[in-house]
Ligand binder design. Structure first.
Ligand code: NAD
Length: 481
């Protein structure tokens, strides 16, 4: 039975402690969680050396064998589902039933990638003169740098795609939420050859070191746009391949032909799921003026009924837990202060305390704030959402696109042709029609504009972990007859 009170890095197939430790905080209580080692320079160098050694045989292991190992890892994850979900609730503050969903979703990523067909060699030309072929090769050693909002599933998307395509992966969790992914790496070490999957928790210097290390071939990063830009900059020094999944400010456009009683409760989930700490959450809601009042009323009534509480009791039925950390709590609070000081109307919610006993922020809905207000233009990444009116379709599409980011969006209409036409004009990598934002392993995710560079997930996402090699093979003899 695995020990869920002890956490280690994973280097060269071994669990590794170290002299330096730090502790995450349970955001429901503000109390410290378990010790977790902070990787040293030696840990990093040894992890990279181990991956370098493992890469050649792993990249030559058949796709089927690698898939088999991913499926074994999925089984181990699911066998430990209850304990992993508890870890997620403790480290992120998410309600236990939603933590269970995250573990299942992470398992789905392993399964989806394991069940992909291998990349075949493609023959471009084959005649008496020349055989021209292209193959996809793994990029090498991948550093997976992850955020704190969905620490298990976002890391797993990178691990599963990286490993199936024949790369070695070193995963670096956010120092706010290191526990679930370190435990996963430890639990599956016996499945993979040493050096194939390693996990390092670090201080603030580990991410930058991974990005500049000459032996790391690729950075797969999910996190904020500000950090993404630093990573692109740092990786330029060694011209690493970089995939960036960054922040967004998704707009949901609600057409007048929908029933607010059916749609408003779903849009509320899309806005506030995981206490708004979801990259593709509906962060701006645009409702047609004909149904605005009723829509707002139902949305407020829906959210008012939710249980918003600390989650560490592991009690089922809590809808929203706390914000994950103090820094983010302070960021979200600034959005409340800005709206309050500018006289915006709160249809629900009030400014949270400056020095709280925990990081709970009750959900807030701001009614019709101006387009240039912070709550509309900024990414709060917390439970405060503006609900605006619209009248003209071209104008609402212009407003939806009037942002530097382009991660996602949603359109709600009973007329699917109209919804498709609006979706087509949204400048974002993903648009949901008649659903709140539900990312899926089989659906590619990529951000337009400052929401990212490249993309991952889905069959297309595998390409991000490979590089093409073209062979020009001339057939004329090169010896005299
Ligand atoms: P963050 O950018 O602060 O940190 C993410 C990771 O980067 C952490 O592991 C951190 O230690 C590391 N890091 C920080 N500075 C670094 C540097 N200079 N070099 C290398 N690594 C560094 O992001 P966060 O606060 O953990 O996550 C929240 C943000 O992530 C939000 O903006 C959200 O929208 C975005 N996000 C995007 C997606 C997506 O798929 N597009 C998914 C989830 C979250």
């Amino acid at each position: 039975m695995a020990d869920f009170d002890r956490f280690t890095n994973c280097v060269a197939g071994q669990s590794r402690q170290g002299p330096k430790v730090h502790r995450g905080i349970d955001p429901s209580t503000g109390k410290s969680l378990w010790d977790v080692p902070v990787a040293s320079e030696t840990d990093l160098e040894e992890a990279i050396a181990s991956s370098k050694k493992a890469f050649a045989p792993w990249s030559k292991t058949s796709w089927e064998d690698r898939a088999q190992q991913l499926l074994l890892a999925r089984d181990v994850l699911l066998e430990n589902k209850a304990k992993m979900a508890e870890l997620l609730t403790k480290e992120v503050g998410k309600p236990i039933q939603l933590a269970h969903l995250e573990v299942e979703h992470a398992a789905n990523f392993l399964e989806f990638n394991a069940k992909q067909k291998p990349f075949e060699e493609r023959i471009i030309q084959d005649d008496s003169d020349l055989k021209l072929t292209v193959v996809q090769k793994p990029v090498g050693i991948v550093a997976a740098i992850c955020p704190w909002n969905f620490p298990l599933v976002l890391a797993m998307g990178k691990i599963a795609a990286g490993l199936i395509t024949g790369n070695c992966v070193i995963v670096k969790p956010s120092p706010f939420t290191p526990y679930s992914i370190l435990k996963f790496a430890e639990l599956v070490q016996h499945i993979f050859p040493p050096g194939v999957l390693q996990a390092l928790n670090g201080g603030d210097d580990l991410g930058p070191r991974l990005c500049t290390h000459p032996d790391i071939d690729k950075i797969s990063f999910t996190g904020s746009t500000a950090t993404g830009k630093k990573i692109a900059n740092a990786a330029a020094g060694t011209l690493k391949t970089v995939t960036l999944e960054l922040g967004g400010n998704n707009a949901s456009i609600i057409c007048p032909d929908v029933d607010p009683n059916i749609v408003a409760p779903q849009v509320a989930v899309g806005s506030f799921f995981n206490s708004g700490q979801l990259c593709v959450a509906s962060k701006r809601v645009y409702v047609h003026e004909d149904i605005y009042d009723q829509f707002l009323k139902v949305m407020v009534e829906t959210v008012k009924q939710w249980k918003v509480e600390p989650t560490s009791s592991l009690q089922e039925g809590i809808m929203l837990g706390p914000i994950q950390n103090q820094m983010q709590y302070d960021v979200v609070r600034q959005f409340f202060l800005d709206s309050a000081s500018n006289g915006h109307q709160f249809a629900l919610g009030e400014t949270p305390k400056e020095s709280p006993e925990n990081f709970i922020i009750k959900p807030a809905i701001v009614s019709n704030p101006p387009d240039d207000s912070l709550v509309v233009t900024g990414e709060a990444f917390g439970p405060i959402v503006p609900v605006m009116k619209w009248k003209d379709e071209d104008d609402v599409i212009r407003r939806a696109n009037d942002t530097l980011t382009g991660l996602g969006g949603a359109v709600w209409s009973n007329d699917l042709t109209r919804a498709q036409a609006i979706a087509d004009r949204i400048e974002a990598g993903t648009v949901w029609i008649n659903s709140f934002e539900k990312p899926l392993p089989q659906a590619h995710l990529s951000g337009y504009k400052e929401s990212g560079l490249g993309g991952e997930w889905g069959r297309e996402g595998l390409s991000a972990y490979t590089k093409p090699q073209v062979i020009h093979c001339y057939k004329a003899p090169v010896v005299a007859k």
